[in-house]
Design a protein around this ligand. Sequence first.
Ligand SMILES: Nc1ncnc2c1ncn2[C@@H]1O[C@H](COP(=O)(O)OP(=O)(O)OP(=O)(O)O)[C@@H](O)[C@H]1O
Ligand SMILES: [Mg+2]
Length: 505
Amino acid sequence: MRTLIAAIDQGTTSTRCIVYDQAFGKLATAQREHAQRTPRPGWVEHDADEIRRNTERVVADALRDAEVRPGELAGVGITNQRETFVLWDRATGDPVAPAIVWQDARSQDLCDELRRDARAGELAARTGLPISTYFSGPKLAWLLRERPDVTARARAGELAFGTMETWLIWNLTGGPDGGAHVSDLSNACRTFLVDLATGDWDDELLAWMDVPRALLPRIVPCGEPGGYGTTRADGPFGAQVPVCGAIGDQQAALVGQRCFEPGDAKNTYGTGCFLLYHTGEERVASRSGMLTTVAYQLPGESPRYALEGSVAVAGSLIQWLRDQLRMIDTAPEVEQLAATVEDNGDVYLVPAFSGLYAPHWRPDARGVICGLTHHSNRGHIARAAIESTAFQVREVLDAMHADTGARLRTLRVDGGMAANDALLRFQADLLGVPVERGVDLESTALGAATVAGLAQGVLPAPKTLRANRRTERSFEPSMDAASVERRMRGWRKAVERSLDWAAAD
Ligand SMILES: Nc1ncnc2c1ncn2[C@@H]1O[C@H](COP(=O)(O)OP(=O)(O)OP(=O)(O)O)[C@@H](O)[C@H]1O
Ligand SMILES: [Mg+2]
């Protein structure tokens, strides 16, 4: 009989299920997109029930394609878009409102209010995070404030809060019928409600944001031998399988890239772009706009931490060129279009669609395209779009260097947009270090499978996994320093132009 692991990757745009064998060979993949609802500027919502149904379908499809037989699955690992949350009725399992997505900026006024509080600095420092609409706490506070009916039911203990791994684990393990209500530490630490020093919900933070404790799940490690719960035999798994791994998508990519040692770093180019730098058992506070975050907590071990540079818009800019401007039909075509011009023609695009995240944290920024002339064409805009991601990563890496004093020798990369050679070539030029693309770009799902497999004891130790990691291709820097500096100056000017746009007037 085979020993298999199923990973569920509940992302911002789609949900995937991948079935792996013990050597991380992929036996089957199934994927479904869900609707992105933007009812007002700055708002982004998902239907949590649609996500639950999509999850059930991709699981059933992947298990069928891999011809999984009862007893072959050692466990299930879940990874997810972080910070997105839903509130649901514990008795019926029905969501009481749409899921509010990490990109959603509706809690801006509330964040401004929090920032004016005399205790703001001290309280925010506990979380390792800046006060921002990005995190679930202010979003949840907005919902509770907006909906007194929901708040009353929340206080009465009738409702449950969950980020997407919590929502899926609860549903897969029984829902109203005894479903496990848990959140893993790597997800929980992104709510703005957890004290990083204790790894638990913090009463003062909860009081600050008026969040009733009765809503909250139990915080658990990223892997649990035997599982947080088991799937129901009448559900999509068709058997009782331990749900034994849960980890936020960017931390999952860190694990998938086998970054298990302090000093290891990876960058994932997906919807957004997220660089994580492993700092071991030490929580390094940033002075440069990085987040301090839990990297992972393996069973029986203390948490490991990371510094994170979060960039809100990367691959989603390419989707925007495709869907809103209709400049391309598919995302990979952006590379051909960009190749029709020799350089960016001095055009810069700053995709500050929901403000700028790391390292600037400027909610008042909005997108700009600068430097247009009669000479500019679609190719230049495509080029500027690709380059904008590389510029943002360079700024994040500069901030990371300032915080750690360490210089990366190489950058390991993954994610859907890492398929773009032009991006990685330019990235290597801007960083001045080789950019290494792994063999499997889906590090996120790989990380989820890994924490589940480690929990069940069916994998080699992390240090062995790390020793076995492989690079598909390395992109070497080739641009001279003066050219790099000229481009960075152009980028910084463009960022200046994007600021102070959405300020209230
Ligand atoms: N060749 C390419 N060039 C540029 N961008 C690309 C290319 N291929 C894919 N993309 C972009 O990569 C993104 C998809 O990557 P990936 O699936 O890793 O995203 P993700 O963030 O994991 O999504 P989700 O949040 O839904 O999981 C899309 O935004 C898409 O526009
Ligand atoms: Mg993803």
